[in-house]
Design a protein around this ligand. Structure first.
Ligand SMILES: *Cc1c(COP(=O)(O)O)cnc(C)c1O
Length: 360
């Protein structure tokens, strides 16, 4: 019996390579792009284990929970790690990064998260990239929560390793991700005896056996469904227009922020310019109870309490992918109003009024 997503013809190497080229276009990069067949933590860990080694020194910027994970991997690789932690209600500044680099001249690797879906902030990568470039360190950027939601010119920003995933603003599945790798990152990896080789975490395997071989033979059977889904994401973004997709996310963020403020809630990220377009976080006491009430009112509402210790003080409203729409934003605010036993009318009006100006 024919099934819509089983019994498909095999995905060819040529088809796989064409999807990689389209991801490169999305990132505005002329570097090699490797599509990785797993959740974005796969290329993130692969980059760190390839780039860090005993004797290396890393600056790990922590603006949310992923930074903590990166720091742990870097330490596990034997690197000396300088953690630059900033409060989760702000962005890191290029001045802070430059000062940390100046204080630790040996730093040769910098890890940074662009937008933080978990804490709702976004960092000024263009300025930070300049500081990292001036220092000469390799620059890894976790752009999982920013790709398609905000501008991400990886090459113009001097990003050596730009990691994306399909599951946020691209509106796709979590099982596929990608990384762009600069020439000097490849060189660093090749010189690292501890870099994963003949391993699922290995990026060098893809360089040596796939890219250098002219992209003719895949390393293993490709994750066909995920590749087709990634291609469908790229088609859908192309049909809408990348800048329109980004504008829709910016509008969802502005509308959610305005609506929440009309409900008397304070944005967790104080400055709107530092708020991520994929998720709006709010400072709410006993957030897990409020989230439970909101979800009882509407089980589909795109919101959740903050993770871990943040559950007591942070409520997160997601608005990425299909949820970056006026209807989803309104649904989230309506559920939130129900949880607070408030009339949603003023919040919905404020959200509607904020949408248009932010979408242009
Ligand atoms: C979503 C996200 C990831 C992927 O992690 P999940 O926990 O699987 O969602 C990685 N980095 C950032 C910044 C993300 O927002």
């Amino acid at each position: 019996m024919n099934h819509p997503f089983l019994d498909l013809p095999p995905l060819t190497a040529e088809h796989f390579a064409s999807i990689e080229r389209r991801v490169a276009d999305l990132l505005g990069t002329r570097q090699d792009v490797v599509v990785t067949q797993g959740e974005a933590l796969l290329p993130l860990e692969g980059c760190i284990r390839s780039g860090a080694r005993p004797g290396s020194a890393a600056l790990n910027v922590v603006t949310g929970p992923y930074g903590t994970t990166f720091g742990n991997w870097l330490r596990d690789c034997g690197a000396e790690v300088v953690d630059l932690e900033v409060p989760f209600d702000t962005a890191v500044t290029a001045e802070q990064v430059a000062a940390a680099l100046a204080a630790h001249p040996r730093i040769d690797f910098v890890s940074l998260v662009h937008a933080e879906a978990a804490t709702g902030n976004t960092n000024p990568v263009a300025e930070i990239g300049e500081a990292v470039r001036a220092h000469g360190a390799l620059f890894m950027l976790d752009a999982v929560a920013s790709v398609a939601a905000e501008p991400l010119p990886a090459d113009a920003w001097g990003v050596d390793l730009c990691v994306i995933g399909a599951q946020k603003a691209m509106g796709g599945p979590a099982g596929v991700s990608a990384v762009s790798v600069s020439e000097r990152a490849w060189e660093r990896f090749a010189q690292n005896p501890a870099a994963p080789r003949r391993s699922y975490l290995s990026l060098l395997d893809w360089k040596e056996r796939w890219i250098d071989g002219g992209r003719r033979a895949l390393l293993h059977a490709p994750a066909q469904l995920e590749m087709l889904a990634l291609e469908a994401c790229l088609d859908r973004i192309a049909a809408e227009g990348l800048s329109a997709v980004q504008a829709r996310h910016a509008a969802a963020a502005a509308a959610t922020r305005a609506g929440a403020e009309a409900l008397g809630l304070a944005p967790y990220v104080k400055r709107a310019a530092e708020a991520a377009p994929v998720a709006t976080t709010l400072r709410v006491a006993d957030a897990s109870t409020v989230a439970a009430k909101a979800l009882a009112a509407d089980p589909q509402a795109p919101l959740a309490a903050g993770g871990g210790a943040l559950a007591g003080e942070m409520l997160r409203v997601n608005h990425y992918g299909a949820a970056a729409s006026p209807a989803a934003v309104r649904a989230g605010l309506t559920a939130l109003a129900a949880a607070l036993s408030a009339d949603p009318a003023a919040a919905l009006e404020a959200a509607d009024a904020a949408w248009e100006p932010a979408a242009h």
